[in-house]
Design a protein around this ligand. Structure first.
Ligand code: PCA
Length: 329
């Protein structure tokens, strides 16, 4: 290497080191636990959000993502943020249904089964969710839907009777209730652990998106995916309210802009990923297609039961969400 280029190289390294030192004078690090694998589209969206904030605040706030439940398991993420054990994180919103039925507004079967309807439902629920989260020391930054939920089995299924007695992997209260109403046996398992659960026979069926089945390579154990489009549950990113209030207005502005971008980009990814993962499941050897009319009719009747149950359990907040949703049609 010639001396001049060596010198230039050294100067550049020093300048970079100097810039990052200057940037880190007041820098804060925010750890962002996420429950799903690094390659999942929600996690990829989270990484881009984190980079956007780190760059946009010139390193004032550095967000570091931790996928696959590596920092906190999915079920512990919200509490960790609420109590200040971590600053920010992502969680499946309906995972909190056991705290308050309102959190399950997005998992009511057949209430909103397309991307457009689910976006309207989310907007209708947003003010109520923000109020609820505020009472829990949390601020919601953005939310992204999973693709439509369908049914996975290790055999052909044409009726609810065919499901009787199957071990059914559930991920929230609504999915456990669906198992009960169809005569299956619910077992709660996080997405990160489902490949093993199916391989060992701990579970034999589930309701989830093509995305999760594809990410977890479920064709190694399961044979059928029925596109039921039952609902589209949301993942959301929330920040501890005290941390948020200590953030400068300029940095809040950057974070909100990055959040808007993430919501848009994540939703776009969810739509693109739907077709891609259906093809991927088929390529893996699964039979993929719509459920038969008889099965759909039975599932819709169960959906009606679950809708009434949710409205009853969610009380005035649930009523407000339903009214806003119906008014947005
Ligand atoms: N995947 C997540 C939640 C909904 C989805 O499509 C899961 O199965 O855990």
């Amino acid at each position: 290497m010639r001396y001049s280029s060596l010198k230039t190289g050294l100067m550049v390294s020093l300048m970079v080191a100097g810039a990052s030192l200057a940037g880190s004078a007041y820098a804060e690090k925010w750890d962002m636990p996420m429950a799903y694998s690094a390659t999942n589209f929600h996690s990829e969206t989270g990484v881009q959000f984190a980079e956007c904030v780190t760059n946009g605040t010139s390193g004032d706030i550095e967000i570091v993502t931790h996928p696959s439940g590596s920092l906190f398991k999915g079920a512990d993420i919200k509490r960790a943020i609420q109590t200040g054990q971590t600053q920010i994180g992502e969680r499946l919103m309906s995972g909190h249904q056991n705290e308050n039925a309102v959190f399950g507004f997005d998992s009511v079967p057949f209430l909103a089964s397309s991307f457009d309807d689910s976006a309207r439902l989310f907007e209708a629920a947003k003010p109520t969710m923000e109020k609820l989260l505020d009472e829990q020391n949390l601020v919601m930054l953005y939310a992204v839907p999973w693709p439509p939920q369908g049914l996975y089995f290790n055999k052909e299924v044409n009726s609810v009777e065919d499901m009787e007695g199957l071990k059914f992997r559930s991920y929230n209260n609504a999915t456990a209730r669906l198992a009960e109403l169809t005569g299956m046996l619910p077992v709660t398992i996080e997405a990160a652990e489902i490949s093993q659960a199916f391989a060992t026979g701990v579970a034999e069926s589930m309701v989830s998106s093509g995305a999760t089945g594809y990410d977890r390579k479920v064709w190694e154990s399961l044979s059928h995916f029925y596109e039921v489009d039952a609902w589209l549950p949301y993942n959301y990113v929330m920040v501890n309210k005290d941390v948020w209030e200590d953030t400068s207005d300029a940095n809040k502005g950057v974070i909100q802009a990055c959040a808007q971008l993430a919501q848009y980009a994540g939703t776009w990814r969810a739509k693109e990923y739907t077709g891609f993962t259906m093809a991927g499941l088929t390529a893996g050897g699964m039979t993929v297609g719509p459920a038969g009319d008889a099965l759909v009719a039975e599932l819709k009747a169960i959906g009606d039961t679950m809708t009434s149950e949710w409205i009853e359990a969610a009380g005035d907040d649930g009523k407000a969400i339903m009214e806003a949703f119906n008014a947005s049609k």
